[in-house]
Write a protein that binds this ligand. Structure first.
Ligand SMILES: Nc1ncnc2c1ncn2[C@@H]1O[C@H](COP(=O)(O)OP(=O)(O)OP(=O)(O)O)[C@@H](O)[C@H]1O
Ligand code: SF4
Ligand SMILES: [Mg+2]
Length: 338
């Protein structure tokens, strides 16, 4: 063994991202073939940072979240290949027993459909207690649940309430408490505010921001709303038809996006009039293709205002453009004047 000090070892652990996805392909079996809702080459969530995944409806954001937990809402979906290192453990190759321990202990999930994620006939407190007990944390379980309810701004009285007795905003707080109760270092939040009205959305975002700071949490925030990305994220990945097309710091992406899809999303965002809708307003012609009609070459070529011949036949790799990484032929020296 090399002569590595404790301090150095700690520094290495700290530098290791909490989540690193490599060459991930997720498949959905349908009669006669397999569809691929997710094909992510590389995605990283550094410790203590908030990373956004943004894209239109159907771009594969939720399937990415399910892939991270390696648990899917449909038996037809599964991970085909790749690795998902969660605090150093590969969620793809790990045994299911180990994955059960990791879910909750290492990663908490916040869903959009909070009402669906709770059992209607068990009190809120007992549902949260159950999570602790599943992970073998019997000691002071009730005190822990009361403390996490308090942390998300709910009174002790909520412990003995049933989910249907709570408002949407309160339920989403319970959803966040449920993600936090086992103290995981990472939260994956899939559209955590989309189903809520505007005032409550703002409160839930504030809550996430506060908890992130207090706990030095890492958050992977999935949203179609660029306003939310701007408000809370440090880094952002832009997703289109299952693939990442651009990523970088939120500051740079908003200041000078390099990929035509990101540019379209941002133009669309500036024309959104009210927030209470689930639709993303995109200033891009056409609509996102389904998984059975994925275009050849660059998947965005039939909607892009800058399409060149090569875009139709060959998929672009990533190019570094002013600190951003963009998968677009426009940034290839040979084609940039094309
Ligand atoms: N059970 C399923 N069977 C077949 N296709 C599916 C299934 N679930 C999802 N898909 C497809 O997988 C792709 C990605 O879906 P996903 O739900 O991950 O998108 P999303 O980005 O989360 O969209 P939204 O913003 O609407 O939540 C879509 O083309 C969707 O139609
Ligand atoms: S590779 Fe071509 S089609 Fe794709 S975004 Fe760039 S210019 Fe548009
Ligand atoms: Mg989704």
């Amino acid at each position: 063994m090399s002569s590595i000090t404790h301090t150095e070892a700690n520094a290495q652990t700290q530098a290791e991202p909490i989540l690193e996805i490599r060459d991930l392909i997720t498949e959905i079996r349908v009669p006669g073939r397999a569809l691929r809702p997710v094909e992510i080459e590389h995605l990283v969530v550094p410790r203590g940072q908030v990373v956004g995944i943004v894209g239109e409806s159907g771009s594969g954001k939720s399937m990415t979240a399910y892939s991270i937990l390696n648990i899917f809402p449909t038996a037809a979906a599964h991970i085909h290949s790749g690795s998902i290192l969660l605090d150093g453990v590969d969620m793809v190759s790990a045994h299911e027993n180990e994955r059960v321990k990791i879910r909750g202990n290492k990663v908490g999930m916040v869903f959009q459909d909070y009402a669906l994620s709770f059992n209607p006939v068990i009190t809120v407190g007992n549902q949260l207690m159950e999570q602790l007990l599943t992970h073998g944390r019997h000691e002071n379980a009730k005190a822990k649940v009361l403390s996490v309810l308090d942390e998300v701004g709910l009174s002790a009285e909520v412990f003995s309430r049933y989910p249907h007795e709570l408002s949407g905003g309160m339920l989403q707080r319970v959803g966040i408490a449920s993600a936090l109760v086992c103290d995981p270092p990472l939260i994956v939040a899939d559209e955590p505010t989309t189903a809520l009205d505007v005032t409550v959305q703002a409160q839930i975002l504030e809550l996430l921001k506060r908890i992130q700071k207090e706990r030095n949490l890492s958050i992977l925030l999935i949203t179609h709303d660029l306003g939310i990305v701007a408000e809370i994220c440090d880094l952002v990945y832009v997703m289109y038809v299952g693939q990442i097309v651009e990523h970088g710091t939120v500051h740079k992406i908003f200041k000078s996006p390099s990929h035509p899809y990101t540019q379209g999303l941002l133009q669309g965002a500036s024309s959104v009039q009210s927030v209470g809708t689930h639709e993303i307003r995109v200033a891009i012609q056409g609509s996102i293709p389904g998984l059975t009609e994925i275009p050849s070459g660059c998947r965005f070529h039939d909607r892009c205002p800058h399409t060149m011949d090569i875009c139709r036949s060959k998929q672009p790799g990533f190019y570094e453009v002013d600190g951003l990484m963009a998968a677009c032929w426009l940034h290839d020296a040979e084609h940039s004047h094309g």
